[in-house]
Design a binder for this molecule. Structure first.
Ligand code: COA
Length: 397
């Protein structure tokens, strides 16, 4: 009988491994990427430099950044067969299903010719190359997805624009203002990495079997889709739509809390005194509110935050400011979680490479809570068969 205190439901509080990629410290409300506070990175760096940092451990010098940018630009275009695969996904399917499908085909075509699973996990150089290509192609997948749902054609990437500006160009077919590019760039950096969250841990579990990087990323996309994880930024907008305006916050909250609803965009498994990324994203949201002249958005945001915090003492997480920010930029609500994928793919791939560098198969134990051993009526055991109970070392598989 397993001691119930040994069971850590949801793995809460369990330290599963070391990581040198990021440090979440709920006590000091800080998040470090390779030692750098995320706020500093968001204020000073292009997203490409942060991707480089997550993968390589150091910020790039000018030459290294130029090389990464060249590789990123060379791999931006959506391959025809991946576009065709996206077109096969029902247009009213959730865009995360579209992203998952596109990445699955992208991986299969890249690994074509690798006949044995023994060779799939790749060398460090191959995996860095695969990571850069995924990072580069995701904006095309996400942007085309939104355009297709709007009945618009694919927009080809622009070689003269950096990552964030090109992402917005491919989505909207026009050049974005600097304030919008800056806010979007910051959001990508803030979403890039967050230690052993559910999707990253999923990627590490898949990698630990020595599967390939693409399989791990596709699995992570599935984990991120859930509303308790990546789907929350999308859910925040549904909440905003339901509430309508700031003066409806109190009655709406009365009803929502009475029916025991979780309020999306609030709460966090690790941060219990506020999410360290929120102030930076809120500042980006404020700049967008001013740029688009939408004080109504800020009023609803502030009203729900202060009402919910004063009633429950539960603070907003990053999805709370990023949802309305993405809406102001012009992204459709279902596109929000795919945007999260485009950012978090940098963290996922950094973790996949780290897992491979010191791998141990991830395989926890479970405490059995089903019926005691029982038997099929009339079944006569085959006495010639080997009784597996006599081979306990094989029974654990
Ligand atoms: C993220 C989340 C799953 C963390 O869950 P958790 O670690 O189990 O949360 P806690 O243990 O701190 O919850 C403590 C209490 O607060 C409640 N609570 C936490 N977040 C809440 C929310 N957003 N709305 C209403 N109640 C909430 C819990 O239901 C729990 O109540 P109980 O003690 O009566 O059961 C949870 O806060 C949540 O569902 N948030 C909304 C979804 C979201 O924004 N996700 C994005 C995360 S980055």
């Amino acid at each position: 009988m397993t001691d119930p205190t040994q069971i850590k439901k949801g793995l809460a509080g369990v330290v599963a491994d070391y990581t040198a990629i990021s440090k979440v410290n709920p006590e000091t409300n800080s998040l470090l990427y390779r030692g750098y506070p995320v706020q500093e990175l968001a204020a000073t760096q292009p997203f490409e430099a942060v991707a480089y940092l997550l993968w390589n451990g150091e910020l790039p010098d000018a030459t290294q950044l130029a090389e990464l940018r060249a590789a990123e630009r060379a791999n931006r275009a959506l391959p025809d067969d991946v576009k065709a695969a996206i077109d096969l996904v029902p247009v009213d399917a959730h865009p995360m299903d579209e992203v998952r499908t596109a990445l699955s085909l992208y991986g299969a075509r890249d690994l074509a010719g690798i006949g044995s699973v023994l060779d799939a996990s790749g060398t460090p150089a191959e995996n860095l190359d695969r990571s850069i290509r995924l990072f580069a192609v995701l904006p095309a997948i996400v942007a085309y997805g939104q355009r297709r749902r709007r009945g618009e054609d694919l927009v080809e990437p622009r070689e003269d624009l950096d990552y964030a500006a090109n992402f917005l160009w491919m989505t909207f077919g026009e050049e974005a203002d600097d304030v919008v590019v800056d806010a979007f760039n910051r959001s990508m950096i803030l979403y890039a990495e967050h230690s052993f969250n559910a999707s990253t841990f999923t990627a590490r579990v898949v990698t630990s079997t020595l599967s390939d990087l693409y399989s791990a990323v596709v699995a992570a996309v599935g984990a991120l889709k859930g509303p308790l994880h990546g789907g929350a930024n999308e859910a925040v907008l549904h909440v905003f739509d339901e509430i309508g305006s700031a003066d409806n916050v109190a009655p709406w909250l009365d009803e929502a809390l009475a029916s025991k609803r979780k309020i999306m965009g609030f709460g966090h498994r690790v941060y219990k005194r506020g999410d360290s990324r929120v102030p930076t994203m809120k500042a980006a949201l404020d700049s967008l509110v001013a740029h688009y002249d939408r004080p109504d958005v800020a009023a609803l945001y502030d009203a729900l935050e202060s009402e919910f915090v004063s009633r429950k003492g539960i603070y907003p997480n990053l999805d709370y400011p990023s949802g309305p920010a993405y809406q102001l930029i012009g992204f459709d609500t279902p596109t929000f979680t795919p945007l999260f994928v485009a950012a978090r793919v940098t963290g996922w791939t950094a973790h996949i490479m780290e897992q491979l560098s010191a791998n141990a198969l991830i395989r926890p134990l479970s405490a059995y809570s089903g019926p005691d051993e029982r038997h099929i009526d009339g079944y006569v055991p085959d006495t010639a068969a080997i009784d597996i109970a006599e081979r306990p070392e094989e029974a654990a598989g």
